[in-house]
Design a protein around this ligand. Structure first.
Ligand code: HEC
Length: 116
């Protein structure tokens, strides 16, 4: 009887952990989708910038110049826009903007690791 109880506890614990993990993964996936839907046309899927983006002076999102800026500043540019960079405040909510900023950090890390 005692074993059955701890088995049930282990199962519910596992369920909880996997639920939590799928929620965390879901958030990442959403940010990726938001990026792919809204940003790729100018910034490219790797953040390096498409010919269109480059023609508008879009910086490489993986560059030191962009990566060295704090999250709040990147979120501000995405929300309010800057020069040729369009504002996304009507498209993305603050939570989605945070997710996309995190995704830009991931793009930056990928570049650094491939340069090594
Ligand atoms: C129409 C083309 C276009 C689209 C679409 C676009 N951007 Fe940009 N983005 C630009 C340009 C151009 C700049 C350079 C702005 C400047 O510094 O003058 C820029 C700059 C940036 C910067 C750097 C800001 C800085 O201060 O250095 C970030 C971060 C950024 N974009 C994120 C995004 C994200 C995230 C999306 C999608 C939600 C997106 N952009 C969609 C054109 C675009």
């Amino acid at each position: 009887m005692k074993n059955r109880k701890s088995f049930a506890q282990a199962v519910s614990c596992l369920l909880f952990v996997s639920l939590f993990m799928s929620m965390a993964l879901g958030a990442d996936d959403k940010a990726k989708t938001a990026y792919k839907t809204n940003c790729v046309s100018c910034h490219g899927s790797d953040g390096g910038g498409t010919p269109l983006g480059k023609s508008m002076q879009a910086a490489d999102l993986r560059s030191q110049q962009v990566q060295s800026k704090p999250d709040a500043e990147l979120a501000q540019v995405i929300t309010e826009g800057k020069n040729n960079m369009p504002a996304f405040k009507n498209t993305l909510n603050p939570e989605q903007v945070q997710g996309v900023v995190k995704y830009i950090r991931e793009l930056g890390k990928n570049k650094q690791s491939s340069e090594k």
